[in-house]
Design a protein around this ligand. Sequence first.
Ligand code: UD1
Length: 302
Amino acid sequence: PSNQTILITGGAGFIGSHLATGLVEENDIRVLDNLTSGERSKIPQDATLIEGDLRDKDTLERATENVDLIFHEAALVSVQGSVEAPLTSHDINATATLELLEAARREDARVVLASSAAIYGHPDRVPIEESDSKTPASPYGIDKLAIDHYARRYYDLYDLETVALRYFNAYGPGQTAGDYSGVISIFCDQAINDDPITVHGDGGQTRDFVFIDDIVQANLKAATTDHVGTAYNVGTGQTVSVQELAKTIVDVTDSDSEITYTEGRDGDIRHSGADISAIQADLGYEPTVSLFDGLEQTVDWY
Ligand code: UD1
C-alpha cells in the first residue's frame, strides 16, 4: 500500500509495530493502542498514536475516521489469560473486533485482521489446511474463530473487503519475554542469562514458527489482494519440536544453559503446523526467513 490512511490497532505491540514501521514511509499511519502491553517506544516517529481502548466508542470512531485500510492486531494474546477471564477476552477479542468491523463498514475500509491457529484447537492432522475442522480449545480460540467467521460474512453480507490471517507461532525481535509471551522469547531470555531452559513436558510437541518479517509480508499482500472474504494460514510449512528448538537456541546464543524438563502444560496442543499452499497460490506469499536465521536476528536484538 502507498498514499493511504491506515489504522493499525495494537500498533505499539509486537506485530503491529513492525507493520507500522514497514508502512510509515509511504502512508499516513494511525496507531490505536492502550499501551497495556504495547510500548510507546516501538511506534515509529511519524505515526500518530491514539492512546485509548478499542472498546471505547469515541476512541474507535476517532481512530477509524476517513481510513482506507485497517490492520487489526490489538488483542489479549494470552491463551491462559482467556481461560482465567473469558469475558474479558470476549469483550476485547470478539466484541470490540465486531465494533471495528462495523466502523470499517461505515468507512468502507478494507480490514486485514489477526486470526490464529488457535481456532483449530487440537488438530486432526498436520499440516492443517484452512478447511480443516475447528474446535478451539480455549476462550481465546473461540473468540478468534468468531471474528474469523465475521470477517468472511461481512464480505458476503455487506461487501466489506476483509482478509483474516491465521497466524501460527509468530516470533522475532521486539517480542518481549513476559509471562504470556511465546516460547522463543522465553528460551532466548533464559539462554542469554545462562538460566535453565524450561521445556514443558517431553519437548516432543511441535510448532510452526514464523518470523515477523514473513508475518508482515503476509499482511502487506493481504492489503492489496483481490482475494477478499478469505482466511489464510500464515506459517512456514515447516515444524520443529520444542526440544530441538531449545537446543538450537542454546547453540545460537552459545549459552551454558542446561535444558530442563518441567511438568507438561495443561491442554497443550501436541502438534501444530500450517499448510500454506492457499496463501502461496492466492497471495504469492513465500516464507523468506529460516528458523536458524530468524533466531539469530532475534538474539541479536537482545
Ligand atoms: C501460541 C500463541 C497463541 C496462538 C497460538 C496459535 C503465544 C504466547 N501464544 O500458543 O496466542 O494463538 O500459538 O497456534 O504466542 N513451552 C515450553 N516452555 C516454556 C514455554 C512454552 O516448553 O517456557 C512450550 C509449550 O508447552 C508449547 C510450545 O512451547 O508446547 C509453544 O508454546 P507458546 O509459545 O506458549 O505457544 P502456543 O501454546 O503454541
